[in-house]
Design a binder for this molecule. Structure first.
Ligand SMILES: [Ca+2]
Length: 247
């Protein structure tokens, strides 16, 4: 029997196991894309609302779910649209990079509140939170605005995105953000609170594609690296044994 062949298969098996374990990073957020709603899109979400399946909104009044950056929200709590491609807005207003619905939040109200979801039975460890976000402005208002998102997971310290400036009647473009939080075992509240200003010229912080996955244990990577090293070693051995003389 070919010993090299057996070695090679063994090495690939180890590498494969490591890769499999690394790929098991399971999505922990439900409805992170805001596609599931109990009553459609292009609506106000509102305080205490569970319109967005899996999420609880605690904002005073001024948060919305859009299906399209160019959509107009009829009246709930007020008729509203964002500066966009159809009403003279600048800045290349665009839909979320992952498509479908997104959450829009006016952070410059009297009592802004976060949108939250409780992640159940987490193991103690480090978790990667990622999302897409942008800053827009309410149609009909002028003046430069600014915005950001503050994110919290469990009792870990809150983290914030950069604060970005959005020129009058404009749109910042979508940005992708990744953060890591280390939490203890048990339930953990995932919370997004938009920040922004100034008041009265409504800035809007947009959010989509929320994801939380466990960061793989170092042992997973060790297994993967061991396997790949073994594959390389077998290949080297084979090349030396069977290859033409390279002296
Ligand atoms: Ca979406």
């Amino acid at each position: 029997m070919n010993v090299n062949k057996h070695l090679r298969i063994g090495a690939w098996l180890i590498a494969g196991l490591g890769l499999f374990a690394a790929a098991q990073a399971q999505e922990l957020v439900s409805n992170g894309g805001f596609e599931l709603t109990s009553n459609g899109a292009n609506k106000g979400v509102g305080a205490g609302s569970t319109l967005l399946t899996g999420w609880t909104a605690t904002d005073g009044a001024y948060d919305f779910v859009f299906s399209d950056i160019n959509a107009s929200i009829p009246a709930s709590p007020t008729a509203l649209s964002l500066w966009n491609q159809t009403n003279g807005g600048g800045g290349q207003a665009s839909n979320s990079p992952t498509g479908g619905n997104f959450y829009a939040f006016d952070p410059a109200v009297a009592t802004p509140g976060p949108i939250t979801q409780t992640l159940k039975n987490l193991q103690a460890g480090t978790y990667q939170v990622s999302f897409d976000w942008a800053v827009a402005q309410q149609y009909g208002y002028s003046s430069g605005t600014w915005g950001s998102w503050t994110v919290q997971l469990g009792s870990a310290a809150a983290q914030a995105t950069a604060t970005v400036n959005n020129p009058s009647r404009s749109f910042t473009g979508w940005m992708h953000e990744t953060m890591t939080f280390t939490v203890g075992a048990g339930d953990a509240v995932l919370s997004f609170l938009g920040k922004g200003g100034p008041q009265g010229v409504p800035p809007f912080a947009l959010l989509d594609s929320v994801s939380v996955v466990a960061v793989p244990e170092p042992s997973t990577y060790t297994l993967l690296l061991l396997g790949l090293a073994a594959v390389a070693a077998v290949a080297r051995r084979k090349s030396r044994a069977g290859g033409p003389s390279t002296a």
